[in-house]
Design a protein around this ligand. Sequence first.
Ligand SMILES: Cc1cc2nc3c(=O)[nH]c(=O)nc-3n(C[C@H](O)[C@H](O)[C@H](O)COP(=O)(O)OP(=O)(O)OC[C@H]3O[C@@H](n4cnc5c(N)ncnc54)[C@H](O)[C@@H]3O)c2cc1C
Length: 468
Amino acid sequence: MTEYKRVDANDIETIRRMINDDTRVIYDTDISEDYGHDELGGIFSLPDVVVKILSAKEASDIMKYANENHISVTPRGAGTGLVGSSVPLEHGIMIDTSLMNHILELDDENLTIDVEPGVLLMDLAAYVEDNDFFYPPDPGEKSATIGGNISTNAGGMRAVKYGVTRDFVRALEVVLPNGDIVNFGGKVVKNSSGYDLKDLMIGSEGTLGLITKATLKLLPKPKKVISLLIPFPSLKDAINTVPLIIKSKSIPTAIEFMQREVIEDAEEYLGKPFPDKQSDAYLLLKFDGNSQEEIEKAYDTVAKLCLEQGAVDVLISDTEEREESIWKARGAFLEAIKGSTTYMDEVDMVVPRNRVNEMVEYLHDLQPEVGLRIKSFGHAGDGNLHAYMLKDNLSDEEWELRVSAAMEKVYAKARDLKGQVSGEHGIGYAKKPYLRESLPIDSLELMNGIKSVFDPNNILNPHKIAQR
Ligand SMILES: Cc1cc2nc3c(=O)[nH]c(=O)nc-3n(C[C@H](O)[C@H](O)[C@H](O)COP(=O)(O)OP(=O)(O)OC[C@H]3O[C@@H](n4cnc5c(N)ncnc54)[C@H](O)[C@@H]3O)c2cc1C
């Protein structure tokens, strides 16, 4: 077990000299408890000092100093992660990127945009759309940073048609644990130039380097967007239709499934009624394209298919107001479920798309067996399901027993279905045991080997992902 040096008064003095702006070096009682956890809650540890960097050079100076003095460093974006990956388990230095929030260059010849890591997803999306471009990755939490999105390979609703964050990263500027500033990738469409170090960084959860700049790929903004809200008599009818939609070769931008109980939580949370509540289960589909005819052709096929499979209705949302109320409710599900219980733990597994119905039914039927309420919703179109296990009024001991038994079962089922432990939230600290169970030892050793090449002194975000 590695011993880390805690930050002392001398270290603080050195860091303050490096940064030369006391408002950006926070320590002692000035550190907000927010820095001790992420949105999962449950895993808590405060850093000794938080440094709000403004440049790669500042990050480099800090990293070099930390490496030489064996102090742990934890990168932090907006702290919206759900697996404890930005929690500084060895305290040390937290590098907060929130002030590196500038959009640097929109290059309309290469269809790319250069951004600093602290730019928020919502600000990036609004900026590119104002310029008639489109950045497709669309995770539910719009106040996450782009650096965090890249580091977790965030997914989101539009993955069915467009893919995930990884598919939209062209190049990265990275500060390595020894303080070197390096560039991986470039403004190129193709790249077969050796091992893809940029791709290694994506999804590495701040364990290999600190991202200080990203070049992202953009698409032209689709001219038309339409959503369909499709009520089904039962969850089984709704979810059994998803593989058929995929098989129909029509490609919606998003296919989400939701149940009435989660919709009701969202209504309460938002204080706004959902446009329809006649059914127990719904599919929510989005289509985009460049003309009304193109979209209508695509959704017509899917609408007919859903009706053949027993859908009660097909509600077309073609006004901005309706569109906003539906997707706002969808975006609020996680927070709404959180608000409906005392504590919860989540599973973010992904299964092959043609097995998604088996997994949803399994989760539904598991509740009486494990004695827990389990709410689920998710990106049914890409096989990525979010299941939330709710503590309600259970004692801490009973909760621990039941939730770990339930988790074991769910991950075992995901393995049976040839799925993976995480579709988009990552492994961080919370999902480490399940990654270990799901991957062969060779893969885990390769991962830890990569970590030791990038970070031989293991100072960067230790104890995360595959590390013991
Ligand atoms: C309500 C809600 C809905 C969500 N919906 C989705 C969803 O649909 N899809 C999805 O994928 N996720 C979702 N998430 C999870 C979360 O928003 C993502 O994981 C997001 O990418 C985290 O970004 P962040 O800026 O908050 O990063 P943080 O939580 O601060 O950090 C996450 C990880 O990235 C590392 N990191 C952050 N910045 C850098 C950097 N510059 N360089 C190196 N490492 C860095 C951290 O060390 C940590 O390991 C949701 C979360 C919430 C609360």
